[in-house]
Design a protein around this ligand. Structure first.
Ligand code: ZN
Length: 361
């Protein structure tokens, strides 16, 4: 794999990941772009202890552009996009309208007052373009292309984890207008966060409690139990297993774990890296078959241990759709949005059965 780092006209970094070691990535960005200034801050909710990012400067961002103005397509035919090259395999660049930016630290103050704890939203938001094919989706990629995306996620995790102030690196994909995706081009995002996210913090607490109660690691025990039971297992390889969690929050939700507990993507070995694309692509294709064809909106979220204090946390991917039936979405209503208490209308065992039925034959 070849990685090429260069910059866009306003100084933002762009990285190309190529399976083809001879790829030429010398194209420069011809656009007259002024550097933007990020003024976001993170504030700690004193009532819950959860961090909230306040990014009030992002209202001008690109919203549902027509396909011929897609900023994630390669630059071609005299039209300059966010990606100067006229073709690419996988490209990663800094978001022009980020909610987190390292230079926030130069513009935004910090407060340690107990009820007014805040800090600059110093971090990074990157866009990961999975393919230059505007019409494709992740599920359409070849295993080789998906492997290249995995290498890009791994590279970003290693690089961003080493930067001052970063506490957690989060790689994810939102897919589908129903999820609120504003650009149809197949892409995901990487956030380098200056705090530990609420869901990760709760997992770390749960793992610590499990350790005290049983002496074991929560995630290892969970995976062992699901593999032994099998009721909720959707797909299993030599190195990874996917199952619907016992208390799934979403109608169709699958968690994919490597059998060997590792804290993050950088610790996966070659055998695990080689097998991941096969299982993940199959899962995505099953999601698309759930409701009689077409594309299923989903969120795909990598859970990685934070830089400090998360040694019990196991790398895994959580994939879920907000779709309940072919014509119904699950909306987060009063009980979910108001109280973080989910009500799921599909039993996890039924969801697992359905996800096995739509396997590639
Ligand atoms: Zn595009």
């Amino acid at each position: 794999m070849k990685k090429t780092a260069t910059t866009l006209a306003d100084g933002r970094e762009i990285l190309y990941f190529d399976a083809d070691d001879t790829a030429n990535r010398d194209a420069t960005d011809p656009r007259p772009l002024e550097p933007t200034t990020a003024l976001s801050e993170v504030r700690r909710d004193p009532a819950t202890g959860e961090w909230v990012t306040i990014a009030a400067h992002r209202q001008g961002r690109t919203y549902h552009p027509p396909a011929d103005e897609c900023p994630l397509c390669p630059s071609r035919d005299g039209r300059a996009s966010e990606i100067p090259a006229d073709a690419y395999e996988v490209a990663v660049f800094e978001n022009r309208f980020p909610s987190l930016a390292f230079d926030s630290a130069a513009h935004v103050g910090r407060s340690d007052a107990p009820l007014r704890t805040s800090a600059p939203a110093a971090g990074r938001c990157e866009v990961v373009c999975f393919t230059s094919d505007h019409q494709a989706s992740f599920a359409d990629l070849t295993p080789e292309q998906a492997r290249l995306v995995l290498e890009a996620w791994t590279d970003r995790t290693a690089d961003l984890s080493a930067r001052p102030g970063v506490q957690q690196v989060y790689c994810f994909e939102n897919r589908g207008a129903e999820i609120g995706v504003t650009l149809a081009h197949p892409h995901g995002q990487v956030y380098a966060l200056p705090f530990v996210t609420p869901r990760t913090a709760r997992m770390i607490t749960a793992a610590a409690e499990h350790r005290v109660r049983t002496g074991g690691n929560l995630f290892e025990d969970l995976l062992t139990a699901e593999r032994a039971d099998g009721t909720r297992v959707v797909l299993a390889g030599d190195h990874w297993t996917a199952f619907v969690p016992f208390a799934a929050r979403w109608p169709y939700e699958v968690h994919l774990y490597p059998h060997r507990r590792v804290p993050d993507l950088t610790h996966l070995d070659e055998a695990e890296r080689a097998e991941f694309p096969l299982l993940y692509l199959e899962l995505l294709r099953r999601f698309d078959r759930l409701f009689g064809g077409g594309t299923t909106p989903y969120i795909s979220a990598w859970h990685q241990a934070p830089i400090v204090g998360g040694h019990e946390l196991a790398l895994h991917l959580e994939l879920f759709t907000i779709r309940r039936t072919a014509d119904k979405l699950k909306y987060l209503a009063g009980v979910e949005s108001g109280m973080d208490a989910f009500v799921n209308d599909v039993s996890p065992e039924t969801a697992a059965q359905r996800l096995r039925e739509v396997a590639t034959s």
